[in-house]
Design a protein. Sequence first.
Length: 160
Amino acid sequence: MSGERVITGRMVLVGMLAFFGVVFAANGALVFFALETWPGLATGRAYDTGLRYNQVLETARHQKARGWISTLSLDAAGETVVVRIAAPGGTPVEGLRTRIAFRRPVGNEQERIVTLAERTPGTYAGAVALPLAGRWYGIVEAARDGQPVFRMDHEIMVKR
């Protein structure tokens, strides 16, 4: 029996403290990296946006009732963005003040906002310089007489 190791209360305590210390350290590292890479907010003014949510829903109902659709395209060089907005039946929607916000799925640090000019009825275009290839979200917003009347999210792939 002289070769057997006796497990004491002190050894159990040290083992448990070491085990839970590793677990807490790993969890702490994961929390740290999660908070450093994504702030958890999709907008800078989340509280104010939440207060206006009923207005957002009402605007969405009006947009759905209009039945407008939009298409988004980039030219081959990726320097000009073209948005076409049409009513049901393909009738172009004219006279809108239109802009598009380009955002990356992984964050808004490289957001680009482009004001579009109406080139032909229902066709709006503008110059854009997207710094990276890959997936981008294009959020088209259009207003008439200062009131938002259309919003559509598009997803595009920029190739270089």
